[in-house]
Design a protein around this ligand. Structure first.
Ligand SMILES: Cc1ncc(COP(=O)(O)O)c(C=O)c1O
Length: 364
């Protein structure tokens, strides 16, 4: 008889990892693939980061600082907050997991949108909690519905803003009211992985709310606009009492040395970040205009990706685009079987994507 894993794991499937670019390239005999499926920073990372990392290599033999003291202090200065309110994680992914591990008892409920970042649901399930899924309204979090879903068992509410995979934001006034109304024994986790890309005046600037609401946690990351996804580093802003609890459940050396060094250097190159935001904005406007001219609709995005409604089988469209060397994410795995999620690329990528879409449409 085989050793049995925990019963709860029968309800969990592993995150579906994509094939490597090399494998896809080889299979299809393509010389180049533009990967617009993963929501990475298509502009890479700052040259200053690369330079700084080269100089840090000789310290690889030492353990990283388990409290990420230097980065915490620099980031706290940058954000103008108290370092006690800042927790550095192995990607914001880790912080999501730690929050659930530290706060969710078996049978507790966690409210989240039905279509959102999947790691909330997976981790809640693994910890023996019950995910309560509230459908989006036109691709946007239904905060009224989420508020109505609160019961005496509710422990955590996740709001992904901008939401992955739709890219939509919740209007700032509605979100501020929601945060105010949620009882303070419930943790509100505001996932702002795409914060830097959100340029709309209707986007809530949540940082000042930390001083008012001790149950509010804001998650951000170095994976997206800073282009450090491969190093795994993100951060959470929270009341110091929450940080204390997370510190109890984290691995001692949760964030590796190179990631800490890279994040320090990345913070110092705000020009790179601002350029990426500006280029993303330019790409978004270009794609929106071109797609509208072609008759496609899409969710209004405030992130570096776009969910486009194709009104056709999304897997088929993904496969057709791949023949042109463009990899997009089929909405069939995201809850929208007739839509595709596309990372906003460089201008060259965006033009190539639109051209390929046009040719593919003509061939059908
Ligand atoms: C909404 C959202 N939250 C969190 C994450 C995790 O980011 P990180 O790379 O910091 O773990 C992602 C990654 O795609 C995301 O889309």
């Amino acid at each position: 008889m085989k050793v049995q894993s925990k019963n709860i794991l029968q309800m969990v499937t592993a995150y579906p990892l994509s094939k490597s670019m090399e494998d896809i390239q080889q299979e299809l005999g393509l010389s180049r693939i533009r990967n617009l499926s993963e929501i990475e920073n298509v502009f890479g990372c700052s040259e200053q980061v690369k330079h700084h990392l080269m100089n840090s290599l000789e310290y690889l033999y030492t353990y990283p600082d388990g409290s990420a003291k230097i980065l915490t202090s620099k980031l706290a200065d940058f954000l103008e907050i108290n370092p006690d309110h800042l927790f550095i994680g192995n990607g914001s992914d880790e912080i999501i997991r730690l929050l659930i591990k530290a706060y969710l008892n078996t049978e507790d409920e966690a409210i989240m949108a039905q279509i959102t970042f999947p790691r909330y649901k997976t981790n809640v399930t693994i910890e023996g909690g019950n995910p309560v899924l509230v459908p989006l309204k036109n691709g946007v979090h239904d905060l009224e519905g989420m508020f109505a879903a609160i019961t005496e068992k509710t422990k955590i509410i996740f709001v992904c803003n901008p939401n992955n995979p739709t890219g939509t934001i919740v209007d700032s006034k509605t979100l501020a009211r929601f945060i105010d109304q949620v009882p303070d024994h419930i943790l509100i986790v505001l996932d702002e992985a795409y914060y830097e890309y959100a340029t709309s005046p209707g986007y809530l600037q949540s940082l000042p709310l930390l001083k008012i609401y001790s149950n509010l946690v804001i998650l951000r990351t170095f994976s997206k606009v800073y282009g450090l996804a491969g190093l795994r580093i993100g951060y959470g802003l929270m009341d110091s009492s929450i940080k204390t609890e997370l510190t109890k459940v984290k691995e001692v050396f949760n964030v590796n040395k190179m990631a800490q060094e890279a994040a320090i250097a990345a913070l110092e190159d705000q020009k790179f970040r601002n350029d990426c935001v500006a280029r993303n904005e330019e790409g978004r406007l270009f794609l929106e205009e071109e797609l509208t001219a072609l008759g496609y609709t899409f969710f209004p995005t405030q992130a570096n990706f776009l969910m486009i409604h194709m009104n056709e089988n999304a897997d088929q469209i993904r496969d057709e685009l791949l023949k042109f060397g463009i990899l997009v994410r089929s909405g069939s795995v995201l809850g929208y079987p007739e839509s595709i999620r596309v990372t906003i690329g460089s201008m060259e990528d965006n033009q190539h994507f639109i051209q390929s879409l046009k040719i593919a449409a003509k061939c059908r």
